[in-house]
Unconditional design. Structure first.
Length: 221
């Protein structure tokens, strides 16, 4: 009898713990309205979020909401299929939130706009060359996002040229940034450095991978 009673108490305790954990789930996007600039890698979306706000924000709700939205910044968010760069125009959809079960968190819906970067396969991007090797070219897009062009995806118009030690000493600072210690990619016909004087390169997006909330772009020339 005592064992049976303990089991019932244990089950009841598990149910309460499950409900408590459920009520503390992270805030999430529940609806996305597409923006108008679909042809660009940048798009502004209107989203609806279900927010879970801690008691510490009870007297400064908007500060808490903005803190919640900041957690999405510079991360890949599956619901918007891209990296969130900024948020704005936050609107509370109700005057009062809900406190559920024994959790002190307040739950409510909001609307907000999000600026999202989501490049598409086949689109064109421009990156600044950050690394060159015989295997690939590394680039930085908008000074923030990484891209890589493997040698197998580099056009036959270009070739890899090894750099001699004496040549390296004569290079300008910009030329050194465009090369690495082993050589550089050049145009076969003219011998000009890939990326030119500015060290920038336009390429086609061949693939996009997401690892740990970060997008990596694979390109082709």
């Amino acid at each position: 009898m005592a064992n049976s009673e303990k089991k019932r108490k244990h089950k009841h305790s598990d149910d309460k713990e499950h409900k408590h954990k459920k009520s503390k789930k992270s805030s999430k996007i529940v609806h996305v309205k597409e923006g108008k600039n679909k042809g660009s890698a940048f798009t502004e979306l209107k989203v609806k979020l279900y927010v879970h706000l801690a008691p510490m924000w009870s007297e400064k709700i908007m500060d808490g909401v903005n803190e919640t939205l900041n957690a999405f910044l510079m991360k890949y968010v599956p619901e918007v299929d891209g990296i969130v760069l900024a948020h704005s125009d936050v609107e509370l959809l109700s005057k009062n939130g809900q406190v559920m079960y024994d959790s002190p968190y307040c739950h409510f819906f909001i609307h907000a706009k999000m600026l999202v970067w989501r490049p598409k396969k086949g689109s064109k991007l421009v990156g600044r060359i950050s690394l060159q090797s015989q295997d690939h070219i590394g680039l930085l897009i908008y000074g923030t996002f990484n891209a890589s062009i493997p040698s197998s995806s580099i056009s036959d118009e270009y070739k890899w040229v090894a750099t001699e030690g004496s040549e390296e000493e004569e290079l300008t600072e910009q030329e050194k940034r465009n090369k690495n210690q082993h050589g550089e990619w050049v145009t076969k016909t003219s011998g000009a450095s890939i990326g030119g004087d500015q060290g920038t390169l336009e390429f086609t997006v061949a693939d996009i991978t997401e690892i740990n909330d970060i997008l990596t772009v694979t390109g082709s020339l």
